[in-house]
Design a protein around this ligand. Structure first.
Ligand code: DQA
Length: 143
């Protein structure tokens, strides 16, 4: 089984970016955490980060028929991108949405997600652990 983890814009700034919301750990720590969670679940996992909407669309399209599950934190594109949602629908790869923070408790413009209706599950407000839960959901069907 092969998973693709996609992180959207500004997640590469973890550790610097609003630590009171996103925590003190940096992006390399998140990648190490995801790699460990995938190894624990016994699956291979590629991690991809981009600040560019079209690059994320390209990556989702490339995953077609190569990847068995997608974990995506679309970051700000969650709330704006029909293109990313359409790409996920097009490839029809089981997808889980993750947010480090609980977007429902933040500004109202973060309350809507274009990805949520396509995702099998959304984890939010759990920090890094949301990624582990997403991996376990896709690999073991665990909530
Ligand atoms: C985020 C929440 C989004 O609203 C925000 O734009 C992000 C990160 C999260 O992980 O909590 O960049 O997706």
């Amino acid at each position: 089984m092969k998973l693709l983890v996609i992180n959207g814009p500004n997640l590469n700034m973890l550790g610097i970016r609003e630590p009171e919301i996103y925590g003190e750990r940096n992006y390399a720590s998140l990648c190490a955490y995801i790699t460990d969670a995938a190894a624990e679940a016994g699956v291979s996992c590629e991690i991809y980060q981009s600040n560019h909407e079209g690059a994320i669309v390209d990556k989702i399209q490339e995953a077609y028929s190569k990847v068995d599950g997608i974990v995506i934190n679309p970051a700000a594109y969650t709330h704006t991108s029909v293109a990313i949602a359409d790409a996920l629908s097009a490839v029809a790869i089981p997808t889980v949405e993750v947010h480090l923070s609980d977007v429902t408790k933040r500004e109202s413009f973060r309350h809507h997600s274009f990805v949520a209706p396509i995702a099998k599950k959304t984890y939010m407000g759990l920090g890094f652990e949301g990624y582990k839960k997403a991996i376990r959901y896709l690999t073991k069907n665990e909530d």
